[in-house]
Design a protein around this ligand. Structure first.
Ligand SMILES: [Fe+2]
Ligand SMILES: [Fe+2]
Length: 377
């Protein structure tokens, strides 16, 4: 990788994204290529995190209340239907390099952030498999780590073809780890698996109808890929249903918090990639709400409440959150006293918008007797 050069946020040579990247403290390589390592390592509210947890607590987990469904799911994962899926017949060399610069930058950001979140799953699941003595947990996390390492590896190969692969060993050591209690891991990881499914399948179905927008071959892998994510989510749904207190009382507030955090983060992050979505022929607002609808339908297998993302009042607050987050970015780029003022006003606005969405009424949901679902979207 080339030695990074600090970029000037006001330079006219770079697009919107580069200015935003500079504002976020990212470096461009001296040849103008984005430093993907810096992108993967960045720690912002929006960037994918690495997690760690109380590994000893895994030993006490009992899946017997959902044993039959559990054993079916594990057998399905052991059958390893996607064993040969993540192999390519030819390299993707030249494709990213030939995209127009703004699209290349936003698409690279999309790939790096997807890769980081796949890889963070791989790191967490491997550690869980290694540290637990509970045979059910050991088996599950080995299978999950197997899949996530394929997913992360596949995206990284794609980046490497363009000469911008990420050093995963170094990333493991240099990234900060956020500690979560196991129950928070279940809420966060369940949602990230299911929303990952909803995102990939929505893009895949859209491109099946509009192949002229498939500007990179990696999108053709999304269908089988997202079925892996769907299965991963099933495991966490079963773990939560096996321990009903996780879905009751004060925990309902946590579920609400995690749902909103995941949706809001995705909304703001997707809206920072206008050129990427235009190239896909997708309006980010429409796309995000479609993904939320799919994800909410899936979460009825486990969560006793759902967010009213189709309510215009909720959507107006989501838009407030996006505008506030843009004020924060603009304030950072501007610097100085006025920049600081803009930033604080953005932070206050974002906090208020988030709180109003959090206290927006939710819909109650009666949990179905059988947990498992089919990926039918
Ligand atoms: Fe994955
Ligand atoms: Fe996954």
């Amino acid at each position: 990788m080339n030695a990074p050069t600090k970029i000037d946020p006001n330079s006219p040579d770079h697009g919107e994204f580069s200015r935003a990247a500079a504002a976020a403290g990212l470096d461009l390589g001296s040849d103008g290529k984005l430093d993907t390592m810096a992108m993967a390592r960045q720690e912002t509210v929006l960037s994918p995190r690495f997690y760690t947890t109380d590994f000893a607590a895994l030993d006490a987990i009992d899946v017997n209340p959902v044993r039959a469904e559990w054993d079916d799911l594990i057998a399905e994962m052991q059958a390893d239907r996607n064993k040969l899926h993540f192999k390519r017949k030819e390299s993707f060399e030249g494709i990213i390099e030939n995209l127009e610069p703004d699209l290349r930058e936003e698409f690279t950001d999309f790939l790096v952030s997807s890769m980081t979140s796949e890889f963070s799953g791989c790191v967490l699941y491997s550690e869980m498999a290694r540290r637990t003595r509970n045979p059910d947990m050991k088996m599950l996390f080995k299978l999950l780590a197997r899949d996530e390492s394929r997913h992360a590896g596949f995206i990284n190969e794609t980046l490497k073809d363009a000469g911008i692969g990420v050093d995963l060993g170094f990333l493991t050591k240099s990234k900060k780890y956020t500690y979560f209690r196991p129950k928070f891991i279940w809420y966060a990881v369940y949602l990230s698996e299911k929303i990952g499914y909803a995102r990939y399948i929505t893009i895949f179905r859209h491109l099946a109808k509009h192949p002229e927008h498939r500007f990179h071959p990696i999108f053709s892998w999304f269908e089988e890929w997202c079925n892996d994510e769907f299965r991963h989510g099933e495991a966490f749904a079963l773990l939560m249903r096996a321990d009903p207190k996780l879905l009751k009382g004060g925990n309902r507030l946590w579920i609400r918090f995690f749902l909103l955090s995941v949706y809001a983060t995705m909304y703001v992050r997707d809206h920072s990639r206008p050129v990427f979505h235009k190239a896909l022929g997708v309006d980010p607002t429409e796309y995000d709400y479609k993904v939320f609808t799919v994800c909410t339908a899936i979460t009825r297998q486990v969560f006793p409440i759902e967010l009213e993302t189709d309510d215009p009042a909720f959507r107006a607050r989501m838009e407030d959150l996006l505008q506030s987050s843009r004020r924060i970015d603009a304030g950072k780029a501007r610097g100085g006293l006025m920049g600081a003022f803009q930033r604080y006003s953005g932070v206050a606005g974002a906090g208020l918008a988030f709180a109003r969405m959090y206290f927006h009424r939710t819909r109650e949901n009666a949990l179905p007797a059988s947990v498992r679902m089919q990926p039918s979207w």
